[in-house]
Design a protein around this ligand. Structure first.
Ligand code: ADP
Ligand code: TPP
Ligand code: MG
Ligand code: MG
Ligand code: MG
Length: 321
């Protein structure tokens, strides 16, 4: 249900700032990682190993989600998931979340209710609370999420740690959300397998800490596109990365959707973002952790190639283009 479908419902401006905050926060926080919050000037979270991993990603209506393509519940889950994914990409486990909501005055409170329910569902799935946040008026529905995490005594897995000779491996899905976005963009609502992937990603949260424990040398989550995000590792590490398409599985379902739309499934897999897969590098010869699949190698040089050749310009999502 979108804001347009409930014209006579109570709006956020009628309920007001503190009524709205009370409505989305009351009785919810319960994780042992939340020592205080929400309700005071700031929350207090536990920091088990003394270091805090923190990240923020902002979602804007009609840029990251559309309320005629996704329910508020799905948009809420996605907003939390993309942030938890960045925590996992450091090899960390989440400890808490903060949520800023920019709401147009005529937004029905039911939309905020559903959004909050989706956010809490995704947060509870990994055992953390939304420990605080902010509510403001805005011209477009805006969701700003900050996630905090803990390294459990390990070193963070950073973008600059890859060396030539290492194996590049992936955990999670590639190309599904891009396929769903293409389907929705053509005015279709199915197949639900791909449309659902656009609406709510399923990041392999546990694979991040598992890769870290297995000695991954670098890692990133795929938000913009596999090639675009691998390029961050290549640049930060001062190496080249070659992706091998004979190692990259093209799921049958994606191939079918692509052929129905006259699109290329391989292109979705290589450049589609928003499935929040994890890609990491591991030393050659070591067994990969469970759930990880080799897709290429780290080489001397710079940039990302596909089967040894440049892929061209479009390697993933870019804002303002
Ligand atoms: N406005 C900003 N101020 C400071 N740092 C920023 C800002 N925007 C992005 N960054 C930093 O730039 C890096 C790359 O950002 P981004 O591409 O959004 O990462 P990701 O794709 O992992 O979410 C991150 O370390 C992020 O914290
Ligand atoms: C309505 C709509 N249009 C386009 C997209 C596609 N899209 C929007 S943002 C994005 C990339 C990821 O977003 P970003 O804010 O760059 O996340 P980050 O890399 O910072 O994690 C993609 C593929 C979408 N999800 N929804
Ligand atoms: Mg970001
Ligand atoms: Mg991100
Ligand atoms: Mg990231």
């Amino acid at each position: 249900m979108g804001p347009d479908s409930s014209q006579d419902a109570q709006t956020v401006s009628e309920l007001g700032e503190f009524g709205l905050i009370h409505r989305v926060t009351s009785g919810r926080a319960q994780s042992s990682g939340t020592l205080l919050g929400p309700g005071d000037d700031a929350a207090v979270l536990a920091a088990p190993d003394g270091r805090v991993v923190t990240t923020t990603d902002l979602l804007v209506q009609n840029v990251h989600f559309r309320l005629d393509w996704s329910t508020p519940h799905q948009a809420g889950r996605k907003a939390i998931a993309v942030n938890l994914s960045d925590i996992a990409a450091m090899g960390a486990v989440p400890t808490g979340l903060l949520v800023g909501l920019g709401c147009p005055p005529d937004l029905p409170t039911s939309v905020v209710d559903e959004l909050a329910a989706g956010m809490w569902e995704e947060a509870r799935g990994v055992g953390v609370d939304i420990a605080g946040g902010d509510m403001v008026t805005a011209t477009a529905l805006t969701i700003s999420v900050t996630a905090l995490g803990d390294l459990q005594g390990r070193l963070p897995v950073i973008r600059s740690g890859a060396s030539p000779g290492e194996v590049v491996a992936v955990a999670g899905r590639l190309g599904w959300a891009a396929a769903g976005w293409a389907v929705l963009g053509r005015g279709f609502r199915s197949p639900v397998a791909v449309v659902g992937a656009h609406r709510v990603p399923e990041p392999p949260y546990a694979a991040g800490p598992q890769a870290a424990a297995a000695g991954a040398t670098s890692m990133v989550d795929v938000s913009d596109g596999l090639l675009a995000d691998l390029d961050h590792i290549a640049e930060a590490s001062g190496v080249g990365i070659d992706v091998r398409t004979d190692l990259l599985e093209i799921p049958q379902r994606l191939a079918e959707v692509a052929s129905a739309l006259g699109k290329d499934a391989r292109h979705w897999v290589l450049t589609g973002g928003e499935d929040q897969a994890l890609v990491a590098t591991f030393s050659a010869g070591q067994p990969l952790p469970e759930g990880w699949t080799a897709i290429g190698s780290v080489i001397e040089g710079q940039g990302v190639t596909v089967d040894g050749a440049d892929y061209g310009q479009e390697q993933g999502w870019q804002h303002w283009r």
